[in-house]
Design a binder for this molecule. Structure first.
Ligand code: 0X9
Ligand code: ZN
Length: 411
């Protein structure tokens, strides 16, 4: 009897939905190396969730603070004389507002871009596209996640002659960045169904490999249990998950770009490619690498277009070309709704990050085009971007992507 009650309690603890009542997101401005050091130290405490993962001089840091630590946190700010601003008053309120549209009322919904969808809805839609457009669309499942979910994507091909013109798009590598997967599904839909002659002219020149959900276990977990989950779901010591975007086999776990601590949001994992998702998908990219002209990794948030590399501020390789074309792409993006992006090297305009997908592709295969998008917004909603911003995000992002490809083709 006792054992039964004990087991029941454990079960309830593990399965309950995490709530974020009165969790605030503070934006802090580090103005000196001392500030950076103090914040980096604070980040070691996993109770503070750094929504912007790294800390860099003169760049703002968004930190989610649980109510019981609000007092300590304010003391810390005072002590260090750090300037700050409350960006989100109550994270749970945003989650609650998002929720009605993220629930399925009566069975599966047909795909759209006015709400957020579940994993099986997205996968069913991919399957249906392959049926409806069997001449150009094929479903691919190169592998499965740690918890045995498919990593499903599409190969879209208009002509066998396009093989050497392959574009790869990866979405949803960070579980809580729902807008990433939503925008990637929008991109898929436009590539296949757009009737705009300009769009058709560009997209039909390429072969497309597109995977909207690189981290299916994490995604599922954000739907069932913890909306703010980022990593994979592999148990390590006392904590779950490695950061899949620190797990790629290039400069893995080096120079402040990732963490050794399994409880950290940027845990690099025990070794490169330790995460089954990353090992499998890296192997898949390897198989097609000689046809690859572009690799796009889609994240949120910050409205940034990031160029390799994350380990150094140096402008390596074809930085100039990537920066110029990226800037043209972001000018196009702005024409739709006025959304402004900054373009630059990751370590320079964001923070040091190592073992990321776009750096791995660039360094390993020398792929000409390699960009990381940090989609909307700039912090008002952060990861909990309201569903009414899905469609505009899709439209502006797709527009910029087409412009970038077209501009590269002219050079
Ligand atoms: O830290 C990350 O992995 C990305 N930011 S996020 O807030 N979405 O987690 C940035 C990745 C930067 N990419 C490269 N260094 N290539
Ligand atoms: Zn991310």
């Amino acid at each position: 009897m006792n054992i039964y009650i004990w087991m029941l309690t454990i079960g309830v603890v593990c399965a309950s939905q995490v709530r974020y009542d009165n969790f605030k997101v503070h934006r802090v401005f580090p103005k000196s190396e001392d500030d950076v050091e103090a914040l980096t130290k604070l980040q070691e405490n996993p109770s503070y969730d750094f929504w912007t993962d790294g800390v860099g001089l003169n760049y703002t840091v968004d930190i989610m603070v649980p109510p019981h630590l609000e007092f300590n946190f304010k003391d810390f700010l005072c002590l260090k004389n750090l300037k700050s601003e409350v960006y989100i008053e109550n994270v749970q309120n945003l989650i609650d507002k998002e929720r009605p549209s993220n629930k399925r009322a009566d069975g599966p919904r047909s795909m759209g871009w006015l709400e957020y969808y579940e994993l099986d809805e997205i996968y069913d839609w991919l399957d249906q596209l392959a049926v409806d457009h069997s001449d150009v669309v094929k479903v691919l499942t190169p592998g499965t996640s740690y918890e045995d979910r498919d990593i499903k994507g599409l190969h879209i091909s208009y002509s066998a002659n396009n093989e050497d013109n392959t574009i790869y798009i990866e979405g949803g590598i960070h579980a809580r960045e729902w807008i990433s997967s939503a925008v990637v599904t929008y991109i898929i839909n436009e590539i296949i169904t757009s009737e705009d002659p300009e769009v058709r002219r560009v997209v039909e020149q390429y072969d497309w490999y597109i995977f909207p959900l690189y981290n299916p276990d994490g995604f599922h977990y954000t739907k069932t249990t913890n909306r703010m989950w980022r990593k994979t779901r592999v148990p390590y010591d006392n904590c779950y998950g490695a950061d899949p975007n620190r797990n790629f086999d290039y400069r893995w776990n080096t120079r402040n770009g990732a963490s050794n601590n399994p409880c950290s949001e940027t845990y690099a994992g025990p070794y490169p490619n330790s995460e089954r998702e990353i090992a499998t998908m890296s192997e898949f990219v390897d198989k097609i690498h000689d046809r690859l002209v572009a690799y796009f990794s889609i994240h949120s948030y910050g409205q940034l277009l990031l160029l390799p590399f994350g380990h150094t501020k140096d402008h390596l390789g074809n930085y100039n070309e990537l920066k110029e074309v990226g800037t043209i792409g972001m000018e196009k993006l702005k024409t739709y709704y006025g959304t402004e992006y900054r373009v630059g090297n990751t370590a320079e305009i964001l923070y040091v990050a190592t073992g990321t997908s776009t750096d791995w592709v660039k360094a390993t295969y020398g792929t000409r085009i390699s960009y990381t998008y940090e989609l909307r917004d700039t912090g008002s909603y952060g990861f909990i971007l309201p569903p009414d911003q899905v469609l505009p995000s899709g439209i502006e992002t797709f527009g910029s992507l087409v412009t970038i490809l077209d501009e590269f083709a002219k050079r």
